[in-house]
Design a binder for this molecule. Sequence first.
Ligand SMILES: Cc1cc2nc3c(=O)[nH]c(=O)nc-3n(C[C@H](O)[C@H](O)[C@H](O)COP(=O)(O)OP(=O)(O)OC[C@H]3O[C@@H](n4cnc5c(N)ncnc54)[C@H](O)[C@@H]3O)c2cc1C
Length: 376
Amino acid sequence: MSSGTYDAVIIGAGIVGSACAAECAREGLKVAIVEAEMIGGGATAAGMGHLVVMDDSEAQFALTRYSQQLWDEIGDELPREVEHDACGTIWIAADDEEMAEARRKAKFYSDRGVPVEVLDAQSLAEAEPQLRPGLVGGLRVPGDSVIYPPCAARYFVDQARARGADVFLGVAVESIAADGIRLRDGTSISAGLIVNSAGSSSPKLTQGLEVKKRKGHLVITDRYPNFLRHQVVELGYLKSAHSLTADSVAFNIQPRKTGQLLIGSSRQYDVDESSVDVSILTRMLERAVEFLPGLRKLSSLRTWTGFRAATPDKLPLIGPHAEHERLYLATGHEGLGITTSLGTAKLLVAQIVNRDAAISVAPYLPARMTQETGHA
Ligand SMILES: Cc1cc2nc3c(=O)[nH]c(=O)nc-3n(C[C@H](O)[C@H](O)[C@H](O)COP(=O)(O)OP(=O)(O)OC[C@H]3O[C@@H](n4cnc5c(N)ncnc54)[C@H](O)[C@@H]3O)c2cc1C
């Protein structure tokens, strides 16, 4: 393997690193991408690929919305294997409290220009006839969509390559140095700047990063075309995603273009073991069957797990490291890294070339963690 001098070396070819590499190369930087395993093989291969606008905070909304607009802009140019599907999301309200949440969410989104439709019980049943009777209603967000993330990562790497990037696959980074990276095989690559986009492994390369692994399980079924039309998520999912400690499961199911159904999801902290946890899996599937009783009769093909990279404030780290002059971070995207990869790449490059970005970069700056630690 040859080593050289680059403007930017990107560590990790998950969807975030790949998108950052494509954007850096588009900007005219000489880029190297260094990936220990395969393109789009980490959390990117494990994720659901739901491109979703979320409203946990204004900052989360801004980044998801901006990113979704960027996905829409490139929708027509994405290769067929990316399986971009404008299926929309339906958030399900199982009781009056959740219906109030659906209405709150509807107002939040419409106030900010996101088209939404509040569904009553009957229109929910018409939209998704497989849902159990007795649900109170829901919220349709027609602009949300779905992709197959590993192929999107490959597409971004191809774009970077076409603009002159070198890609080093099967090459693990041992450490980040002042002038580049040291590889596990003993060689080095020097670079003007280094981007740590190693997902849940990013803290191994940058000491002190407040990024924790958050394990998730998914199941994919055989092909059942037309069983479901939208990505369907219980509003209770938000409680699960918000919990900072407990293991949780929530009903979240996605129709794939192949006719398969992708069933999620679970969240667990402090678990390093990647094997399938049967008790969590059982809870997750029981929850899914509660909402979609017809699932019981379907066959599943495969079950797997993956690790989200979670920060304490549920926002990613995008921008310069507080102490290492040449180091930039693009990590900590938890359950939204597929969605926010494109926005991340734009915000990162805007900071590298010292240009204003389309949205404020402030909420995602890594420096906020150093500042917050003082108060924790
Ligand atoms: C179950 C589950 C469901 C999800 N669903 C969704 C969803 O529907 N929508 C959404 O937006 N997001 C979703 N996510 C989150 C999303 O998958 C992640 O946020 C996203 O994939 C993170 O991408 P990444 O590039 O940062 O990390 P990764 O995809 O993990 O990529 C990091 C890469 O770095 C490489 N690497 C690590 N260490 C080194 C090293 N030392 N040297 C070289 N390379 C290294 C790894 O091999 C890997 O390829 C989900 C996640 C999970 C687990």
